[in-house]
Design a protein around this ligand. Structure first.
Ligand SMILES: Cc1cc2nc3c(=O)[nH]c(=O)nc-3n(C[C@H](O)[C@H](O)[C@H](O)COP(=O)(O)OP(=O)(O)OC[C@H]3O[C@@H](n4cnc5c(N)ncnc54)[C@H](O)[C@@H]3O)c2cc1C
Ligand code: HEM
Length: 385
């Protein structure tokens, strides 16, 4: 446990960090990549460029210091980050590297604030938090290894099929190159994929939600081609049936609660429907009697992936489907259908752009849905809605 003095010293630096803003995180990543260029194969450099990720590390350490007295708040964040770290195969020894550059950055940028006492307090706080992550990630790695069909870290998979689902989304079916089984996953979870696109200088790791129910034999992901996107364009244009990639075991804390019988509402926009397809298929297989609705928004009809499959599952299991094509129907608006939604007891699963999810969450809260029944996944660095 950290002493009250250590917590007070770390907390006292938060205003300094906040006023320094992105400069601190930029300095940190530049420093770390200059000294440890091997980490360029681990971090998503596009997220670095966009500035979406760099703030996360410092924010997490500072938030941790701030909420140290309230472990409930931290537990959910630690779980989400640890799950994501495993999909990058973050290793225990890398915590020392990150910690070293983090402390050096603080001292280099604000030498007056980060005297030896304050730096020592930060070192202690960092070490404590790193220990929590290392423990949790160690447990997850051991569970991955022990699971039937499981493995630790990277495993070679072969592309078995590639199927276009709409104008911009294509599904990729992977099977293990060793011919073995694959571990089960929860509907909503994602895998990490590591590839070396010919356009880039480094190996790249990305996360993709599994877009079909768990079947023990292989995994399906469905990827949208992004403008200037390194990995999505590589997968669409270069990866051919028979080629191998490395996959990391399924991870993530956003998944359908299949123990519950509560009504479910799946709400997606664009390619955010991938985890919903896995949930819908799993519901059809495992809980055919559960009350489910599927609400989906996309730009127009030709961007609508999996339409036929959704309709087939919906028809077989009595699931109402509602679509908003933005060019015809405008944005998703829940007010007109509020009497048909299980506002009092339903579980709501959201996936799509941050702006979309924030708008839907706002509508749900206004309709009286409690925040803890609203779950969501961001297809990038996590954001609070
Ligand atoms: C948990 C999770 C689940 C996900 N599931 C899915 C899924 O099911 N399906 C899916 O399609 N995606 C999913 N994603 C997103 C996916 O991981 C990738 O982020 C996405 O495919 C883009 O990767 P990329 O390498 O193609 O693009 P990147 O190269 O990472 O670029 C991302 C964006 O940055 C911008 N950019 C990059 N380089 C430049 C440049 N030089 N100049 C200007 N702008 C630039 C572009 O707008 C580009 O679209 C998920 C992400 C997470 C975290
Ligand atoms: C105590 C130390 C650490 C903290 C507090 C921390 C915190 C975070 C946070 C908050 C995120 C964003 C999670 C999200 O998007 O939901 C993240 C992502 C990530 N972390 Fe860590 N982390 C730590 C250590 C490490 C280490 C040691 C490594 C490995 C070198 C690492 C590699 C990554 C990577 C690769 C990502 C994803 C980045 C991206 O999406 O571009 N982290 N971390």
């Amino acid at each position: 446990m950290l002493s009250a003095q250590t917590i007070a010293r770390v907390k006292a630096t938060i205003p300094v960090l906040a006023s320094a803003g992105p400069a601190v995180t930029q300095h940190f990543y530049q420093r770390m990549f200059a000294h440890n260029p091997e980490l360029k194969d681990v971090f998503n450099l596009s997220n670095q460029r966009s500035g979406r990720q760099p703030a996360a590390l410092f924010a997490a350490v500072a938030a941790y210091a701030q909420h140290i007295e309230n472990p409930q708040v931290l537990a959910a964040a630690v779980e989400r980050i640890a799950q994501k770290h495993t999909s990058f195969v973050v290793k225990p020894e890398q915590y020392a590297i990150v910690g070293k550059h983090l402390l050096a950055t603080l001292q280099e940028l604000a030498p007056d604030t980060f005297d030896s006492d304050t730096t020592a307090a930060w070192a202690e706080a960092y070490q404590f938090l790193a220990g929590i992550f290392i423990d949790r990630e160690g447990t997850l790695y051991a569970q991955h290894k022990a699971a039937e069909g499981g493995w630790e870290g990277e495993r070679a998979f072969r592309l078995a099929a590639k199927v276009a689902e709409s104008e911009k989304v294509t599904s990729f079916y992977f099977e293990p190159a060793d011919g073995g089984a694959v571990m089960a996953f929860e509907p909503g979870q994602y895998i990490g994929i590591k590839v070396k696109p010919s356009q880039g200088d480094y190996q790249e790791i990305r996360q993709y939600s599994l877009s079909a129910a768990s079947n023990g034999k292989g995994y399906r992901i469905s990827v949208k081609r992004e403008d200037q996107g390194l990995v999505s364009n590589f997968l669409h244009d270069e990866l051919a049936v028979g080629d191998e990639v490395a996959l990391m075991p399924p991870a993530g804390d956003f998944f359908l609660d299949t123990q519950s019988q509560a009504p479910v509402v799946l709400v997606s926009a664009g390619v955010g429907l991938t985890p919903m397809m896995s949930m819908l298929e799993t519901l059809a297989q495992q809980q055919p009697g559960r009350v489910v609705q599927f609400l989906h928004a996309c730009e127009n009809q030709i961007q609508h992936s999996f339409k036929a499959r959704q309709q087939e599952l919906a028809k077989a299991h009595g699931v109402p489907l509602r679509y908003w094509y933005n060019d015809q129907h405008g944005l998703m608006d829940l007010a007109p259908i509020r009497y048909e939604l299980p506002l009092a007891d339903g579980l709501f699963y959201l996936c799509g752009p941050i702006g979309f999810m924030a708008a839907i969450k706002g509508q749900l809260l206004a309709l009286g849905v409690s925040g803890e029944r609203i779950h969501y996944e961001a297809f990038g660095p996590h954001a609070e809605l």
